[in-house]
Design a protein around this ligand. Sequence first.
Ligand code: IPD
Ligand code: CA
Ligand code: CA
Ligand code: CA
Length: 274
Amino acid sequence: MEIYKFAYQIIEEAGRIIRDSIDDELHIETKSNPNDLVTNIDKETEAFLTKQILNTYPHHRILGEEGQGRDIEDEAGTIWIIDPIDGTLNFVHQQENFAISIGIFIDGVKYAGFVYDVMNKKMYHCKVGNGAWMNETQLKPLKNSELKSSLISTNPIWLTKDKLADIYKLIIDDARSTRAYGSAALDFANVAKGITSAYLTMRLHPWDFAGGLILVEEVGGVVTNQLGEPLNILEANSILIGNKSIHDELLSQYFLPHTSLLKKIHTERFKKNK
Ligand code: IPD
Ligand code: CA
Ligand code: CA
Ligand code: CA
């Protein structure tokens, strides 16, 4: 079976399993800090997807948030980059507004992207060159927009960090309005769908952006870090995505004037930091 169709099926199946257990009691642990949670369902979903993939494609490689593939250092072969539950805090607190995210790359070339909004049964999916879709509906090419008449999204945590707050406050002030959805993968899907025009955040890992990156590019959106550089799929980075004109506007008027500060943050925080 085509890898794309296979991926679609196992993601749907993983989503079905999550929905069936949504009322079960969770086993919750903390990771890097008391607000960084992981549940048994995050781990079980990554294990389920990994098992399905390796049963069918034993030579494929998997990089997953909950532990798969930490030794991957090059882009050779077929790599699946998996976030089993993106938006774990939403999952724990709301039992909705979370997604399964998968990006598939073949020898470093983008192949297919998936973001599955599990509780709403909305599969955002694309195979590069064949358009991006939400279930059976094709997503339209993105329309250009200006910040002052656009909805954007971000993570408000960056407003609490002194130097970054200066940049983020200006953007939020100049935008029509700003949303905070709590799932980076859904933030990417929302931009791909055109319901927000841009998404910016200071730090995401490969599993947060791998699926969404492919979706947004497929509808003509621009995906870079906040210095306008392409993302490396094996490294953490800052994120700036949007339709072409709002991306240009944000980059040139809000981020590039702070190039030296941003370069310092990028060098200190992101190098070899998966
Ligand atoms: C998080 C979510 C959140 C983003 C964080 C991510 P997780 O992923 O995508 O929206 O702001 O940076 O870590 O941990 O829920 O998979
Ligand atoms: Ca997490
Ligand atoms: Ca994530
Ligand atoms: Ca996750």
